[in-house]
Design a protein around this ligand. Structure first.
Ligand code: IPD
Length: 280
């Protein structure tokens, strides 16, 4: 039977792979340091490749699905609205882990999520340097290169591994909050704290059971939309750092293997806010 959302997902996998080839080509052959521009702060980076890859994705999707909407990291930064309506919407981060990309630190993800009625139906995260294709469709499981993913079964926080990021806000008050949360989490104690340098790849690490939980304040909808369904389809849970339900536009996320670990870590986190992604 005809399944238009599956056609869209198949297209996303193909265009993510092609985007990854472009990214690998640049990483292997070009010095990125000369091409870097900055956005919200001196350390919030964007490159010509982010913009090129986003254009490639949007153009190829538009020609196949002309009525669909888009929220793309680079389109929003050039003034396009960042509103999730009930229409079919592609949510795109051409390079999640731009700082990694610039420094040739080999964890960058091409993120393509697809929401209808404000619910993410499927997500594709392609770890371009590792050549790992993470995919999930709502109700149909999560996979890496076709192999099923399952979160960790650990419920003891003292035997858990936690992922987080330092983000790109260098406001001393924000940095203090980041360190306060980190101090409390580390000294629970937990086995370790890691950060891949990509929100989406940290979430994929939860999905495959490498870390029990990932948290961050300051993420954007395009960093987390695609990976959100990969986490839930692998059996994980999504929350706000307040403990409430995840709000894709709120800039705060907790992705965990289960409610026990989520609740225990959330109790240690400082809650603070970044400006919402969907501010008018
Ligand atoms: C960023 C990365 C980073 C995280 C930031 C994100 P970008 O995305 O995921 O690890 O700390 O919050 O915005 O800018 O590389 O697409």
């Amino acid at each position: 039977s005809h399944d238009p959302w599956q056609d869209a997902m198949d297209h996303a996998v193909a265009v993510a792979r092609k985007s990854g080839e472009m990214i690998r080509e640049v990483v292997q052959n070009q010095d990125q340091s000369s091409l870097v521009q900055t956005k919200s702060s001196a350390v919030d980076l964007v490159t010509e490749t982010d913009q090129k890859v986003e254009r490639l994705i949007i153009q190829s999707v538009k020609s196949k699905f002309p009525s669909h909407r888009f929220i793309g990291e680079e389109s929003v930064s050039s003034g396009e609205p960042c509103i999730l309506t009930s229409d079919p919407t592609w949510i795109i981060d051409p390079i999640d882990g731009t700082t990694n990309f610039v420094h040739r630190y080999p964890f960058v993800g091409v993120c393509i999520g697809f929401a209808v009625n404000q619910q993410v139906e499927w997500g594709v995260v392609y770890s371009a340097i590792e050549d790992k294709m993470f995919t999930a469709r709502r109700g149909r499981g999560a996979f890496c290169n076709g192999r099923p993913l399952q979160v960790s079964t650990q419920t003891d926080v003292h035997r858990s591994m936690v992922a987080t990021e330092f983000g790109s806000d260098r406001d001393p008050q924000v940095v203090d909050k980041i360190f306060s949360s980190l101090h409390k989490v580390l000294s629970l104690p937990v086995h370790g704290v890691r950060g891949a340098g990509s929100a989406a790849l940290n979430m994929c690490a939860v999905a495959r059971g490498s870390v029990e939980l990932y948290y961050e304040t300051g993420v954007h909808v395009w960093d987390i939309a695609a990976a959100s369904v990969i986490v839930t389809e692998a059996g994980g849970v999504l929350r706000d750092t307040t403990g409430g339900a995840l709000d894709l536009m709120s800039r705060r996320i907790v992705a965990a293997n289960n409610e026990t670990i989520a609740t225990r870590i959330i109790a240690e986190l400082e809650v603070y806010s970044s400006e919402r992604d969907d501010r008018a």
